[in-house]
Write a protein that binds this ligand. Structure first.
Ligand code: AMP
Length: 517
């Protein structure tokens, strides 16, 4: 038996390739041959630390080629890779160590001392790695062989645990098997037509499913080259788009590019595909991007637990405001609930129904995770009897079966007993010419239980100015014309920006807490 994920990502035929795995920036340049050797060296380095099959290796380090090599080295020794968001502070890291019980933690040198004091870290080995290729982890690997015989692992063995962002309650560790990751990478390479000629512009963080599994696994399977940027910085991305063929981004990448004075169709001449995901892309930005560059962004939808589930087509119409259809081998259904007073009925919506009914997205397929680490009850709660995972995302079909995400179930507002989907209100506000974007959420209210509130970012950015008064009256007219009274925001506030996490997701929980009081 081989190593299911490794054999799929780095098949032998590719190991001897002298093409670049990373070509940019120059200091990170590495060929496939050398990258394979680095992963072998790191795998031997893990053995010197006594890392065995199914042991957990936690990595919280700035984006670098070494972190990717550590991911693959961990897989090569049959252990479980756990990347952590670099923004997590010591008390949060304490929770993850306590929960995951890793054998080894690799962190930034400046955090080592603090982490050694953590209760959970008493018996843990801690080594360091920074983005400039320095640290005790590299000292540990110096002299290790660049040859390694992969440890055998099967398709259902766990390859990685990714902690969900935990918008409600504690973060949960999603266990992802070798085949969860590999099957999705193969489907996406085919769907998005990746080949070894591609140059993927990579400006995402690599502690999240998007930048790590979607981007890196695809690149390895296709054998393509990465332009590997430390972070998204609009002017650098403008430069590096030249010569690239694909970019994967979160919606804020596109919003920022559109705002950047230098960005135009000129930089996009070698590009064949722009992909967006992890948060909703404003239909307005989708259209503006097309007008400016001639490229139609391909929006897709996925989550840590499921990998990618739906995508707009590569060939065929990419529809703004939708996430397309289920991808190959993935069963996606939208299930609505009706309550007749005694029983709750579940109805599977039909794509051609054209009813605009909203329901919960449920999903089944080879990329679906194996459950939450050490949380069997929580896992059971999130699955239906017939094995579908309940995503927590509400959605609807349009008349051609394209799926639109309406929002998280937990973000739905219930005002006076009536359901309000934030996106319905946001769409009306965002369509106003004076509005850049908005976030709609519920705040507690003695009378109605909850009422609708909107935060608006105006397109001219001058909060409190005469312009925002104009924007306000434009919004009030629009909502009066397009929304039933119970859906209309009772309070509209203008701000400079929305609170977002690193993946560009608007933090509605933060807004609810802030404005409910
Ligand atoms: P994560 O597990 O951090 O990747 O977050 C997954 C969640 O991000 C999903 O459950 C959705 O709520 C949201 N999401 C991902 N892609 C999209 C998209 N294209 N449009 C709207 N929401 C999205």
């Amino acid at each position: 038996m081989g190593n299911w994920l490794l054999d799929g990502l780095m098949p032998n035929r590719k190991l001897g390739r002298s093409e670049y795995f990373i070509s940019q920036p120059e200091q990170s340049r590495i060929t496939y041959i050398d990258f394979e050797k680095l992963t072998a060296k790191f795998a031997n380095g893990l053995l010197t630390q006594n890392v065995k099959v199914d042991d957990r290796v936690v990595v919280q380090a700035e984006k670098s080629i070494e972190v990717i090599a550590l991911y693959l080295a961990t897989i090569r020794v049959g252990a479980i890779f756990i990347p952590l968001n670099t923004a997590y502070v010591a008390t949060e890291v304490n929770y993850f160590i306590d929960n995951a019980e890793p054998i080894l933690l690799i962190c930034e040198p400046n955090k080592e001392e603090e982490y050694r004091q953590l209760d959970s870290a008493k018996v843990l080995k801690i080594l360091t790695l920074d983005a400039k290729s320095q640290g005790s982890w590299l000292d540990n690997c110096r002299g290790c062989s660049e040859k390694f015989q992969n440890v055998a692992r099967g398709k259902d063995d766990i390859a990685a645990i990714l902690y969900t962002s935990g918008t409600t309650g504690r973060s949960k560790g999603a266990m992802l098997s070798h085949d969860n990751l590999l099957s999705n990478a193969y489907s996406l390479v085919k769907l998005w037509q990746f080949t070894s000629d591609d140059v993927l512009l990579h400006a995402l963080p690599i502690y999240h499913t998007h930048g790590l599994f979607v981007a890196i696994n695809i690149a390895l399977v296709a054998g393509c080259t990465l332009n590997f940027l430390q972070r998204f910085e609009a002017s650098e991305v403008c430069d590096k788009l030249v010569g690239s063929t694909v970019m994967m981004g979160v919606p804020t990448f596109y919003t920022r590019l559109l705002e950047h004075p230098e960005f135009s169709s000129k930089q996009c001449q070698s590009m064949r595909l722009f992909i967006s995901g992890s948060a909703p892309l404003l239909a307005k930005d989708h259209q503006r991007f097309k007008k400016l560059t001639g490229h139609t962004i391909l929006e897709r939808y996925g989550m840590t637990e499921t990998n990618m589930m739906t995508s707009n087509p590569y060939f065929g119409e990419r529809r703004a405001g939708t996430v397309g259809h289920a991808i190959e081998n993935i069963d996606v259904r939208i299930v609505s609930e009706t309550n007749d007073g005694t029983l709750i009925h579940h109805n599977v919506l039909q794509p051609d129904e054209n009813s605009h009914k909203v329901g919960m997205i449920q999903v089944r397929g080879p990329s679906l995770f194996k459950g939450y680490w050490k949380m069997p009850e929580k896992t059971a709660e999130e699955f239906t009897n017939d094995g579908y995972f309940i995503t927590g995302d509400l959605a609807q079909y349009d008349r051609d079966g394209y799926i639109s995400i309406v929002g998280r179930d937990k973000d739905m507002i219930i005002s006076g007993g009536l359901n309000v989907y934030p996106i319905d209100v946001e769409n009306v506000i965002n369509a106003c010419s004076s509005v850049k974007e908005s976030a709609v959420f519920g705040v507690t209210d003695a009378d109605f239980g909850e009422v609708v509130m909107a935060i608006v970012i105006s397109s001219n950015q001058r909060v409190g100015s005469h312009e925002s008064e104009t924007a306000k009256s434009e919004i009030l007219d629009a909502i009066k014309e397009n929304l039933a009274a119970y859906k209309r925001p009772k309070k509209i506030l203008f701000l400079d920006q929305l609170p977002r996490n690193a993946m560009g997701k608007v933090q509605k929980k933060v807004l609810r807490e802030l404005y409910s009081s």
